[in-house]
Design a protein around this ligand. Structure first.
Ligand code: GDP
Ligand code: CA
Length: 330
């Protein structure tokens, strides 16, 4: 049985995984999920990326939105707002609340996030093994200009800059202001979650889906041991570009890419991962002109359609990624 390891963020990762499952129904798929987006809200631990993968593969996702539950209601959120309790900018529906209550209760009882995630997945049957990148607390923060944050306090007067939680930057501010740095706080002392390094060492192929290269895949790679484990394992590593025609397909990846000094192009993202890590890279057909630059950087590259418009199109992308992996192996 083919053992595939995928490093996934939320929407892009989850949709790709649905195609991968359809392309390789017999494969044993382990997903290493980003937890840098996690946030505590209303006393509850919320793990947006893990839940997006779980709901998408388990058939509970709000399809158009790409996150949260289908057929959602917002009674709890409205009641909280009536008490003046926020934040109001983060969308938590009633069904979704139940997930976070169960998670928080189990964490409070002493279970690590990996065990909690396994328990939640027992209901959703995602058909993959979903492992948090770490059981330790990691929180991605984004450094912005204080002037861009109205009503701010606790800012660093000297620099005129302030770090905000990734969700505040992404959801509340809609990434509409410049980001000067992206810091996965706690990653440097985090340990890979149980099974993560073992899955990498045993993998036949490692895939980077079209997830955000900075705040999703980049955060996972920032946990000491994960990048090294992938680079040192004798396994083909193939990625699919989340950047098509010099722009993110959805979301605001360009903002966080510029914060780490990377151009918003398919080729620049490949070079950012680097040939020490990446063996193969798929770019969209509109970016066929960048194939040569990627290959010159020592990464085998192909141009194929990369729009995940339905499961069939996504399965074809997954198949091409697996084929490219076979090519590099040979
Ligand atoms: P998030 O955690 O919800 O932001 O999700 P991910 O990090 O997994 O994925 C976000 C990335 O997916 C964005 O940078 C998008 O550009 C990319 N993306 C979304 N849909 C598509 C698609 O259909 N094709 C490609 N190539 N990339 C996509
Ligand atoms: Ca995310």
């Amino acid at each position: 049985m083919q053992r595939i390891v995928v490093l996934a963020g939320g929407i892009g990762g989850a949709r790709f995984l649905r195609g991968l499952k359809s392309a390789a129904p017999e494969a044993d798929i382990t997903v290493i999920g980003n937890t840098g987006d996690d946030i505590h809200l209303f006393g509850l631990k919320v793990c947006p990326d893990l839940d997006t993968v779980m709901y998408t593969l388990g058939g509970g996702i709000h399809e158009d939105q790409g996150w949260g539950r289908a057929g959602e209601t917002f009674a709890v959120k409205e009641e909280l707002a009536a008490y003046g309790v926020g934040p109001e900018w983060f969308g938590l529906g009633d069904k979704d609340f139940a997930t976070h209550i169960v998670r928080t209760q189990m964490l409070g009882a002493g279970y690590p996030l990996s065990a909690v995630t396994e328990a939640l997945c027992a209901r959703w049957n995602p058909g993959v093994r979903l492992l948090p990148m770490t059981d330790d607390r990691v929180e991605t923060h984004v450094l912005i200009d204080t002037a861009d944050l109205d009503g701010s306090s606790g800012d660093d007067a000297e620099s005129g800059r302030r770090a905000v939680h990734f969700q505040e930057y992404w959801v509340r501010l809609r990434a509409s202001v410049p980001a000067h740095a992206v810091v996965p706080v706690g990653a440097d002392v985090a340990k890979p979650g149980p099974g993560v390094l073992e899955a990498i060492a045993d993998a036949d192929v490692v895939l980077f889906p079209p997830s955000n290269p900075v705040v999703s895949v980049g955060t996972i790679l920032a946990v000491p041991g994960i990048r090294e484990g992938i680079a040192d394992a004798d396994v083909p590593v193939v990625g699919l570009s989340p950047i098509v025609g010099n722009a993110p397909v959805r979301g605001m990846a360009d903002k966080v890419l510029s914060a780490v000094g990377v151009e918003t192009t398919a080729a620049a993202v490949a070079q950012h991962y680097g040939s020490g890590l990446l063996d193969g890279w798929l770019v969209d057909t509109v970016d066929a002109g960048s194939v040569q630059a990627v290959e010159e950087a020592g990464i085998r590259c192909r141009a194929v359609p990369l729009m995940m418009k339905d499961t069939e199109a996504t399965a074809l992308m997954a198949r091409q990624a697996l084929e490219l992996a076979e090519e590099v192996r040979a």
